[in-house]
Design a protein around this ligand. Sequence first.
Ligand SMILES: [Zn+2]
Length: 119
Amino acid sequence: MPNRNLSESELEIARNLIDQIRCTLEEMADGDSELLFALRRKVYKELTYDEREKPAFRKKLKSIKRDEQDGICPLCGKTLPQSYCVLDRINAIDGYTAENTRLIHKDCDVAIQSGRGYK
Ligand SMILES: [Zn+2]
């Protein structure tokens, strides 16, 4: 299923939100560029976790998927390397669950992402 996109009016809401966040970060940093950097980085990281889960969770899920798949990439049928594999969500909105993911090669991920219209 393709990911939901935002409408033009929803995009405007998102742009306004981002502007508000940037203003708030600037106010909180009060001219301290190192604090601004750290605050921005923390917000970025936490929002990324909302979308992608925390690294320890993803690492455990990768291990589960590797075992379930007998170390084989379901897209090309070749053995997966020990690192640099990608957890691919079948339906992105359903998140990182064992039922909704598969462990694949980075190159296989690039191929399906471009097929989905991501570049
Ligand atoms: Zn593969």
